[in-house]
Design a protein around this ligand. Structure first.
Ligand SMILES: C[S@@+](CC[C@H](N)C(=O)[O-])C[C@H]1O[C@@H](n2cnc3c(N)ncnc32)[C@H](O)[C@@H]1O
Length: 376
């Protein structure tokens, strides 16, 4: 039954533009992946902040894949802009502020060398930059609606940041109570539409409920807000976008790494070949030859799969990557997926990198960020 629901979820999700921002901390990825000029990466793109962030390490090749063409087209645009828009100010205007006075003219030359369908996509969707890219998509729409209901803004966030973490929860308690007590918010948060808006399928929803010992998604959301409130709120770009619709433009590190000046400078001279594939991870891995990639960056796709499919995919990745290939994956669970699916003879978890990454991940959406290495 859950698998049937997830087939319907996947078929719907891939038609919808949900995310303008990757809800994963790509600063953590850059720290743990250990890429160099020989690395060849297969990476699930989501909204593409992570894929664009890999360019600064100058890997030999990146193959970005996603089943959702909206997300993959945005990833292709982020990569092309990081490599070709020479002025950091203009690059930041487009993808940091998410606005541009003349997006149609600016996007057109960036389409050279990208798949034709990406060019067609942006020739009809460039208007997203006339308003604010980060208020667009299903996630952006939910966040705008929530902001209107709750009424928080940048001044509130700055004031909250100045409080010691323990006092922040006291300050937030009445706001959490009003969110939990709001019938419209509670109703929306517990619907499948909300799951689409946060990119959580039914399999991952169950994992979330178990991991948080929660009865409803509303409880999960409340637990996450509390964890988020303890982070460095000045630079936590996920909190800023959710509560204000903008990054904190006053702080150069309050944006995904690919947008920062130093990363952009390195991306402009990256020798990396990049391919974009509208395909499932399972299909790409099944069709690949041994040795095709050395690094696999999976986002939280494993969480969307039932146990048998997780095992099958991890076996396939080990076949393609071979000994010492590296796999980066996020899960809402604390459990080690490799142990859970019985593949601890094939993979080892890289420590302390995995535990440090899990602690540093500032979305606070995941129980673990794990780096695995193929051992046989
Ligand atoms: C798993 S989703 C979850 C949300 C994610 N944490 C984020 O911030 O984008 C991330 C991306 O994976 C894509 N995806 C999901 N299952 C996939 C699969 N089997 N193969 C390729 N891409 C997949 C989705 O289309 C989405 O763009």
């Amino acid at each position: 039954m859950a698998q049937l629901a997830d087939r319907a979820f996947a078929a719907t999700f891939k038609r919808i533009f949900t995310f303008s921002l990757l809800y994963e901390d790509s600063e953590v990825d850059n720290r743990v992946l250990g890429l160099d000029q020989r690395s060849r990466v297969l990476a699930v793109s989501g909204a593409g902040c992570g894929v664009a962030g890999l360019l600064a390490a100058h890997p030999a090749r990146i193959d970005a894949i996603d089943t959702n063409p909206h997300h993959l087209a945005l990833a292709a645009l982020k990569v092309a802009a990081a490599r070709r828009v020479r002025s950091h100010a203009e690059f930041y205007e487009l993808l940091g502020r998410g606005r541009h006075g003349d997006p149609e003219q600016t996007l057109r030359p960036l389409m050279n060398g990208l798949p034709d369908w990406v060019g067609r996509y942006w020739s009809t969707n460039y208007r997203r930059f006339q308003r604010n890219l980060y208020a667009e998509g299903l996630a952006g729409t939910f966040q705008r609606w929530l902001r209107r209901k709750v009424g928080l803004d940048a001044d509130f966030l700055r004031a909250l940041h100045r409080l010691p973490p323990a006092d922040r929860l006291a300050r937030l308690a009445p706001i959490f109570a009003s969110i939990k007590g709001s019938v419209p918010i509670r109703t929306v948060v517990n619907t499948p539409l909300f799951l689409l808006g946060i990119g959580v399928n039914f399999e991952q929803r169950q994992r979330n409920l178990r991991a948080n010992a929660a009865a409803t998604m509303m409880d999960v959301v409340a637990a996450r807000f509390e964890r988020l409130a303890q982070t460095d709120l000045e630079t936590n770009w996920f909190v800023w976008v959710a509560l204000t619709g903008e990054f904190n433009h006053d702080h150069p590190e309050a944006v995904p790494p690919y947008l920062r000046a130093e990363s952009h400078r390195r991306s402009l001279v990256a020798p990396t070949e990049v391919g974009f594939h509208r395909a499932s991870l399972q299909r790409m891995v099944a069709d690949a030859a041994p040795g095709q990639w050395s690094h696999f960056s999976l986002c939280d796709v494993l969480d969307w799969l039932p146990t048998d499919a997780q095992r099958h995919l991890l076996r396939g990745i080990a076949r393609v990557g071979g000994p010492s290939a590296v796999v980066l994956t996020r899960s809402v669970e604390d459990a080690c997926v490799v142990d859970r699916v019985g593949l601890s003879d094939l993979y080892e978890r890289v420590e302390p990198a995995s535990s440090q990454a899990s602690e540093q991940e500032r979305t606070r959406l995941y129980g673990r960020v794990n780096l695995y290495r193929v051992i046989a």
